[in-house]
Design a protein around this ligand. Structure first.
Ligand SMILES: [Zn+2]
Length: 303
């Protein structure tokens, strides 16, 4: 599942390749990815054709392309979605769902630009095997689509308010991992990064928000920024010039994970085997020594 660093890599690629271009055609090859657009596939295509893309923005894992009429193309990659920039004529991807034709950025006869990518038409392709993701036109959504206005800023957003985050966490009884995944509190921290940030911060995910000290909340926030920032650097360096691509199997994960997916392996800090527990239909991984289970949550005859 794409996490925030991968989505930011996609946003950066869109920013470089599609901004300034006009959508010349839209082909919806499968209706499911546009199911959230009440216009239906034909209306979706009509609302976008002829519009110029004025930017590439993100909140949490949502991406949107502001359009020249004040609307926006809003997208979420879901579990397996990809946005791919291709030259026309490149064979279709197996799970291609929506194809956007994009006009050249500058005229072909522009001086000194004859071989530049900017003079060529491109295609933006939405590829999604499992189709949990999707695209929709957001009316008036250029600045911030109303559909995602309830989603909190992510930790890399310059306007993210650390003090407010600390205060809100301390008013909650839920465990800190659940709070890190609460998109109303902070967006973009997925299951993998939550486990990694908690490992670095030496906090068990079941520690209730109301019992954490402000310094502990600030520490886990800083660690979330650090692990996601490291992944951002990785994503940036592996980014091909003409291929906007994401998948959850980034090379970063193989090399740099300390907790997630490492059940039974020795903790990189203390050597204790990493444990896995069920968590909201997924898994949590933690070091039982570095991240002790809070007393109130222990289920043991001795307690
Ligand atoms: Zn440990």
């Amino acid at each position: 599942m794409p996490e925030l660093p991968e989505v930011e890599t996609v946003r950066d690629g869109l920013d470089r390749h599609v901004v300034g271009r006009t959508i010349s055609s839209v082909a919806v090859l499968h209706p499911r990815p546009v199911r959230r657009d009440h216009r239906g596939p034909a209306g979706f295509a009509a609302a976008l054709t002829g519009r110029r893309i004025d930017g590439a923005r993100r909140r949490g894992k949502y991406l949107w392309l502001p359009l020249d009429n004040g609307d926006a193309l809003l997208g979420h990659l879901g579990m397996s979605g990809q946005l791919v920039v291709q030259r026309p004529g490149v064979p279709d991807e197996r799970h291609l769902r929506v194809r956007f034709g994009l006009s050249p950025l500058v005229a072909e006869h522009a001086p000194d630009a004859s071989r530049d990518l900017a003079t060529q038409p491109l295609e933006l392709r939405f590829v999604d095997q499992r189709m949990f993701g999707g695209l929709a036109v957001s009316a008036g959504g250029a600045e911030l689509p109303p559909e995602i206005a309830h989603i909190a800023r992510d930790p890399f957003d310059p306007a993210f308010d650390d003090d407010e985050f600390v205060a809100r966490v301390r008013r909650r009884t839920a465990g800190i991992k659940r709070l890190l995944l609460d998109q109303g509190l902070v967006s973009g921290i997925g299951n993998i990064y939550a486990d990694e940030a908690l490992w670095w911060a030496r906090l068990h995910g079941d520690r209730p928000g109301e019992r954490l000290r402000p310094v502990e909340i600030r520490r886990v926030l800083a660690e979330a920024r650090a692990v996601m920032g490291a992944a951002l650097v990785e994503g940036g360096t592996s980014f091909d010039a003409l291929y906007v691509n994401v998948n959850g199997e980034s090379g970063y994960f193989d090399r740099s994970l300390h907790a997630y997916g490492r059940e039974g392996e020795a903790c990189d800090r203390c050597g204790t085997p990493i444990r896995r527990v069920e968590f909201m239909n997924r898994s949590s991984f933690f070091c039982p020594r570095c991240q002790p289970v809070p007393r109130s949550r222990r289920i043991s005859p001795r307690d």
